[in-house]
Design a protein around this ligand. Structure first.
Ligand SMILES: Cc1cc2nc3c(=O)[nH]c(=O)nc-3n(C[C@H](O)[C@H](O)[C@H](O)COP(=O)(O)O)c2cc1C
Length: 155
């Protein structure tokens, strides 16, 4: 399958999980492209209104993985804007990947997944599921591996 991993990552955490997922999916025989969601210029601290660089085209992919951090107990405003502006996701299957700094999913991760799902469905996608990685030191590698396995199993 042709899989596009569209990822916003400010400090690199979400991108690092996306990269591991990409490696696993390629090893399973899929064609995988990681496409960063980028801003025009630098992100200013505390500023939620962002200007996006031209967005990746979802057209070539059968399955999309959308990756984003949690910000302020919600989906990052960058991912929100990207999913509002992205081209149609009709006939696309989507998997959601979220990372968060706090240790519990109800401190933003669950809400971010729900927001991502609703935004993707509003664009016509079928959302197959998602995974949250809580970015706290204890057993981080294990949690990343579990999230990668969970998402790979949904493809
Ligand atoms: C402005 C801002 C707000 C954040 N708010 C939350 C939050 O509400 N809950 C949480 O668990 N983590 C929060 N975080 C932590 C990030 O979600 C976490 O570090 C994430 O893994 C960063 O991903 P990235 O490196 O891909 O940007 C916040 C980070 C920033 C910069």
């Amino acid at each position: 399958m042709r899989i596009g991993i569209l990822v916003y990552s400010h400090t690199g955490n979400t991108l690092s999980v996306a990269t591991k997922l990409g490696e696993k999916l390629r090893a399973a025989g899929h064609s995988v492209t990681i496409e960063p969601i980028k801003l025009v210029g630098e992100r200013k601290q505390g500023v939620r209104d962002v200007e996006l660089a031209p967005l990746p085209n979802p057209g070539p992919y059968d399955v999309l993985v959308i990756g984003s951090p949690v910000e302020a107990f919600s989906l990052s405003p960058v991912a929100v804007k990207a999913l509002q502006q992205i081209a149609s996701l009709e006939k696309k299957s989507v998997l959601c990947l979220v990372t968060q700094g706090l240790p519990l999913p109800w401190l933003g991760g669950n809400r971010a997944i729900r927001q991502m799902k609703a935004l993707c469905e509003a664009k016509g996608a079928t959302v197959r599921g998602g995974a949250i990685v809580n970015w706290v030191a204890k057993s981080l590698d294990r949690r990343i591996a579990d999230a990668v396995d969970k998402l790979a199993a949904l493809v």
